[in-house]
Ligand binder design. Structure first.
Ligand code: 5GP
Ligand code: MG
Length: 173
């Protein structure tokens, strides 16, 4: 598949700056503590890789996988595989996702991780479509608030392609 006609919504430079800001905030909020960085696969892999390299705390990284989108539309059902390799009991968890949309995915993953007895769970998302929320959920760290448009690139897919675009794009009408 060829990359669809698109325009850049958020440039590489803006992403780089914002990720550095978020990491600074995390470094200061968690000062003197250890962090379990859990990302939601696969969309958050690029964001997490960049964010993690700016974090100057003892950090362990693991992932859970969640799938709700089939093609370009959410199927509404979310499948979660939360088989962690690391133990998060009594640990500080920072859950990282690419985008907060209805909130259903993040909410389900939080509920699942809570069962593993962490000290606390905070959330960090690169993008936030605030207008689409179906469950009341606010992320603790947000990169950018965006309008209700389908986006891809920087880890997010366009029907499984385009995750490797270094910026966030949306379709050109
Ligand atoms: P939610 O459960 O909050 O509705 O959906 C969150 C998940 O849906 C995200 O982790 C992401 O994988 C996917 N998603 C939501 N909006 C978009 C979008 O505009 N583009 C892409 N590629 N995925 C999206
Ligand atoms: Mg996702």
């Amino acid at each position: 598949m060829k990359t669809p006609r698109h325009k850049t919504l958020i440039t590489e430079k803006r992403i780089r700056r914002r990720v550095a800001d978020l990491a600074e905030q995390i470094n200061s909020d968690y000062k003197g503590r250890e962090l379990a960085l859990i990302f939601i696969s696969r969309g958050a892999f690029v964001f997490t890789a960049d964010l993690a390299r700016k974090i100057r705390l003892p950090v362990r990284i693991d992932c859970v996988s969640a799938n709700s989108y089939r093609g370009l539309k959410s199927s509404g059902k979310v499948e979660i595989d939360a088989n962690l390799k690391i133990d998060i009991k009594r640990k500080h968890v920072l859950l990282v996702d690419d985008i907060l949309d209805s909130g259903i995915t993040l909410n389900k993953v939080i509920r699942r991780l809570e069962k593993l007895g962490p000290a606390d769970i905070r959330t960090c998302v690169l993008l936030d479509k605030t207008s689409k929320r179906k469950v009341p959920l606010k992320a603790d760290y947000v990169g950018f608030e965006i309008p209700d448009v389908f986006v891809y690139g920087y880890g997010l897919d366009y029907d499984e392609y385009c995750r490797n675009l270094p910026y966030v794009a949306c379709l050109k009408k």
